[in-house]
Design a protein around this ligand. Structure first.
Ligand code: HEM
Ligand SMILES: *[C@@H]1O[C@H](CO)[C@@H](O)[C@H](O)[C@H]1NC(C)=O
Ligand SMILES: *[C@@H]1O[C@H](CO)[C@@H](O)[C@H](O)[C@H]1NC(C)=O
Ligand SMILES: *[C@@H]1O[C@H](CO)[C@@H](O)[C@H](O)[C@H]1NC(C)=O
Ligand SMILES: *[C@@H]1O[C@H](CO)[C@@H](O)[C@H](O)[C@H]1NC(C)=O
Length: 589
């Protein structure tokens, strides 16, 4: 087309004609134009904000929003599919401008905080005008499909009485009871993590899910070599005990597949949160799993209410004395607040979920890291041996012998085993990339520390303005993999979290303190992980018991432990590849 000869009117006319003749093509062209325009406009805004950052005006800076192509949706696709790795890439490429940056998603601004001092200010400072409530409502609506029943609970009752029960989980009284029950089950069952039964019919659920195969039998009934997929083996072994401790043994007996449903549902967490409807392929089985969980908790709570009122809940619920106080108290508070049954079913289902999506994979990763380093394995065993002992079964004179069991000193595992504890912290640093999400209630200013500014190579600390209605995303994994704070970040170093002053007195032993430092894997503030005190004991407990009771080598990869890759989800990462191992029992130490 010759522009000079025909003038603008003719151009317009011919464009309109082309568009009418090729509607699909012109739709495509329009979309591309809109995207290009969006990219240019957001790019200009971004450059202006970046150049503002270096100006030495005193006031707080505007957080730069990264440029994006797709209107409204913005960075949504990259965020949902890439998670923490996407956020880390962006933070690193921003260099010294990366302490805080923003994404635009679904027409809202998400401020991504990577500087530990700013994260600290947001999470810990009680005066920060932030709330997680809209996010909790959103999760309950999209992930739990609560049919609006949580939103319908009177806010005062929800956030004080019902949510308040969770705070009790951090107290010693809850932890002592819950941990005692967990220790007892671990003492009894670790021997039969793999039972030696060849037929799936005789195997436990976690053995079947881990495809346990007996490779060879030893001299006596107790000794054998078995192959298993380590991740499902541990995830379900732990999940079974955790569910039992939280909801009582009747629940796991009546609903033996509840953990499978929970992980099925969790596998679509990001898609649910993004509002993906359940008829989309791949969502149906997760939605059905969710419905089964909700019905199971409904059934359990029905029975529990009968039980507390002195009525007979029926033969399937013959003993409800071991329902944990958290679940019991929350059920009662929900009912007092006039909640619909679906409110308590989803609300307490969420506790079961929170209990299993982080701790179980962390236990898998920790066990894997310890076995993959023979020196560390040897050292951990030596450190732990006094506190995890094996008790030979007393001869009961019957043909079927009782199984041996462990005798575990849980308090000592936590306070006297710095290598075990250090391995736990380091495992979380590498594999628990949790995220805290908050909403800004009033405009407020956050300021990074001098030290963090220096780490980024800046001369002075900067302040940033966060505006009312914006969201804050704190991806803890971005900091946890930052080489400026954790030298050689990919390396597993169980002594990394040992307090610095021990270097002067490197005798090791029980005086070494293991500290979280700048790592905030438990989140913080009002919504801080309520399972922290429990999970800390739980993880070292399972890891120590397994490490003492079992020998393990990987199958394939020439007998080497190869990192199986990281799949990101709502909780700790899960392995991409199957980790097949060969296990045999240790019968004495
Ligand atoms: C290694 C294991 C675990 C890790 C890394 C972890 C991490 C977290 C994180 C990051 C949060 C969100 C905090 C925030 O938004 O700032 C959270 C919340 C929560 N976690 Fe954990 N968690 C773990 C184990 C557990 C366990 C075993 C339980 C239950 C016994 C539990 C119960 C909860 C609950 C109830 C919440 C919600 C708290 C609230 O909304 O007030 N967690 N957890
Ligand atoms: C740049 O800073 C000035 C004042 O310091 C402010 O008025 C302006 O809105 C800022 N521009 C951007 C894009 O952040
Ligand atoms: C950081 O911002 C400054 C201006 O404030 C700019 O000159 C520099 O190129 C930016 N660095 C990166 C890595 O984007
Ligand atoms: C996006 O948000 C702004 C203000 O928050 C609002 O005025 C606008 O209508 C929204 N646009 C869409 C398409 O939702
Ligand atoms: C337990 O039994 C094993 C072999 O069956 C034996 O080697 C070990 O010494 C016994 N331990 C104790 C404490 O009796």
């Amino acid at each position: 087309m010759d522009v000079t000869q025909h003038g603008p009117v003719a151009i317009l006319q011919s464009t309109v004609n082309t568009a009418l003749n090729h509607p699909l093509l012109s739709l495509l062209a329009t979309l591309i134009l809109v995207c290009v325009y969006t990219r240019i406009a957001s790019g200009i805004r971004y450059s202006a904000a970046i150049s503002n950052l270096s100006q030495s005006s005193t006031g707080p800076k505007t957080v730069p929003i990264l440029p994006y192509w797709i209107p409204w949706l913005g960075h949504g696709i990259s965020f949902v599919s890439g998670g923490t790795s996407f956020l880390t890439r962006e933070a690193r490429s921003l260099g010294q401008n990366g302490s805080i940056y923003a994404l635009s998603m679904a027409n809202s601004t998400h401020n991504v905080v990577t500087s530990p001092s700013i994260a600290r200010q947001i999470l810990i400072d009680r005066n920060s005008p932030i709330t997680m409530e809209p996010f909790v409502y959103h999760t309950m609506k999209t992930f739990w499909d609560d049919h609006g029943s949580i939103k319908a609970v009177e806010p005062n009752a929800l956030w004080n009485n019902i949510h308040g029960v969770l705070t009790g989980m951090l107290r010693e009284s809850f932890v002592t009871t819950a941990i005692k029950g967990t220790v007892q089950r671990v003492e009894e069952r670790t021997w039969n993590l793999v039972s030696g039964s060849e037929s799936p019919v005789d195997q436990s659920s976690w053995e079947r899910l881990a495809n346990v195969e007996i490779i060879s039998k030893g001299s006596n009934d107790d000794s054998f070599v078995a192959e298993a997929s380590l991740f499902p083996l541990l995830r379900y072994f732990v999940g079974n005990i955790a569910t039992d401790v939280l909801f009582g043994h009747n629940f796991i007996e009546n609903y033996p597949d509840i953990m499978q449903d929970l992980f099925e549902m969790d596998s679509r967490f990001n898609l649910f949160l993004a509002g993906t409807p359940s008829w989309i392929p791949g969502m149906a089985s997760a939605s059905m799993a969710r419905e089964r969980i909700i019905n199971a908790v409904l059934d359990h709570h029905d029975a529990y209410f009968k039980y507390v009122e002195g009525q007979d809940p029926g033969p399937r619920w013959s003993d409800m004395s071991d329902v944990s106080t958290v679940i019991a108290d929350r059920a009662i508070e929900f009912r007092k607040a006039g909640s619909a049954p679906r409110g308590w079913a989803t609300g307490n289902g969420a506790i079961l979920w929170a209990m299993n999506i982080n701790a179980n994979p962390v236990i898998f990763w920790m066990v894997r890291y310890i076995y993959s380093d023979p020196t560390l394995l040897e050292e951990v065993r030596r450190e732990v041996a006094l506190y995890v002992r094996i008790k030979n079964a007393t001869d009961n004179g019957l043909p079927i012998k009782e199984a041996p069991r462990l005798d575990i000193d849980i308090a000592a595992l936590w306070t006297k085993c710095p290598l075990l504890k250090g391995a736990f912290f380091e495992t979380m640093r590498l594999e628990a990339a949790s995220m805290s999400y908050k909403m800004v209630e009033e405009d407020f200013v956050v300021t990074e520390s001098e030290q963090d500014a220096r780490m980024l190579g800046k001369n002075e600390a900067q302040s940033y303005l966060l505006r009312k209605g914006e969201l804050i995303c704190i991806p803890h994994g971005v900091h946890q993999s930052d080489e400026k704070y954790f030298r050689d970040p990919e390396r597993f170093d169980p002594r990394r979290f040992w307090a610095k002053d021990v270097e002067k007195d490197n005798s090791g032993g029980e005086d070494v303190r293991v500290e979280y430092g700048t790592m905030k894997v438990w989140g913080g503030g009002k919504q801080m992980c309520k399972g922290k005190t429990f999970a800390e004991r739980e993880v070292v407990l399972f890891a120590a018991a397994i490490v003492m009771q079992w020998d393990m080598v990987p199958v394939g990869n020439g007998g080497k432990w190869v990192h199986p890759g990281r799949k990101v989800g709502a909780g700790a990462v899960t392995p991409v590849k199957d980790v097949r191992v060969r296990l045999s029992r240790r019968e004495a130490w």
